[in-house]
Write a protein that binds this ligand. Structure first.
Ligand code: AKG
Ligand code: FE2
Length: 314
């Protein structure tokens, strides 16, 4: 299925009509589908190519080497998480994936630094960490623009989300789905789930496997062009908007048998606000027809609950 396509350069063009059209298209897509493909997203082809190169080099390291970077006490939030650890909410069987997570680099002496674990530097592939850091800041910048458009769509101040994104708790996750060597019992590469965060920017989702559940309850494959990134709404934004914007269920299915020997890589950027952000449903999204659907919570409280549910936090 072709998901709606939006052009971020319209939003950044300085032309009021193009900007407003972008806001309307993005908002409508997020009410109806929950997923869009974004072109002119601001992350250079060279950076994406480097990112893939070094991510592949990292996962190609021997297991013992990768295990040095697994920090179980950090609940997978930084560094490496080995194959078979994470499972989707409500599922016992772990996903068929290993991953590496990089978090925020706090600037301007913000005391929030104390709340975040340090990033883990990989020695064996020296270019890996600097490339991930560069990708992190590029994704964060594009994500901030997209949230500005979402704020306008919701009738909020354009910069409503800015302060929560700045030094926020976002995560860049590089995922490797290894070749499949024997009939998986019940597991698939990534079992159906909704993302926890505000929005997810996904590079590499164009490779086969990603599917979304439509309003008609049908699984359809997501297709986008190589120069586009896929950006979807997560549960925090769905909650904040009292279900007006949709956090669409998605999964990654196993390839057909003849492609079992191939790996799949994908690199989502989970845009999380600061833990202190209030996720109570916005007044403007509560109506007689749509009464308030969620208890009040901060982003930090909600994240802790969700990490426990997926087996990463005790
Ligand atoms: O691998 C993908 O394309 C999607 C992964 C995903 O949905 C996730 O990690 O939340
Ligand atoms: Fe996801």
């Amino acid at each position: 299925m072709n998901i709606p396509v939006v052009d971020l350069s319209d939003f950044l063009s300085g032309d009021a009509t193009r900007k407003q059209n972008f806001v309307n298209e993005l908002g409508k897509a997020y009410e109806e589908v929950g997923f869009v493909a974004v072109k002119n997203h601001g992350i250079s082809d060279d950076l994406i190519a480097d990112l893939y190169k070094y991510v592949q080099a990292f996962f190609a390291l021997p297991t013992d080497t990768k295990l040095k970077y697994e920090k179980k006490e950090l609940a997978g939030q930084r560094g490496y998480t080995s194959f078979g650890r994470e499972h989707a909410k409500g599922y016992e069987a772990p996903d068929l994936k290993e991953f590496f997570q990089l978090g925020q680099t706090v600037t301007d002496n913000d005391p929030i630094k104390e709340e975040y674990p340090d990033n883990v530097t990989v020695d064996e592939v020296p270019e890996f960490t600097p490339t991930m850091l560069s990708a992190y800041s590029n994704f964060e910048k594009s994500g901030k623009s997209l949230l500005q458009a979402i704020a306008l769509y919701l009738g909020l101040d354009e910069h409503y989300f800015d302060e929560y994104v700045h030094n926020g708790n976002s995560i860049l996750r590089a995922i490797h789905y290894p070749p499949i060597t024997s009939e998986p019992k019940s597991a698939i590469r990534a079992e159906q789930h909704e993302d926890i965060n505000l929005i997810t920017l996904l590079v590499g989702a164009s490779a086969d496997g990603l599917q979304i559940l439509t309003k008609q309850n049908e699984w359809v494959g997501v297709t986008s062009l190589p120069e586009q990134i896929v950006v979807n709404v997560g549960d925090m934004l769905q909650r904040l908007t009292n279900n007006r914007l949709r956090s669409t269920t998605h999964r990654v299915v196993n390839p057909p048998r003849e492609l079992w020997a191939t790996s799949r890589y994908s690199i989502p950027f989970f845009l999380h606000p600061k833990g202190s952000m209030n996720l109570a449903c916005l007044e403007g999204c509560i109506t007689e027809g749509s009464p308030k659907a969620y208890e009040d919570a901060t982003a930090g409280e909600y994240l802790d609950e969700r990490l426990r549910e997926i087996g990463l936090k005790k």
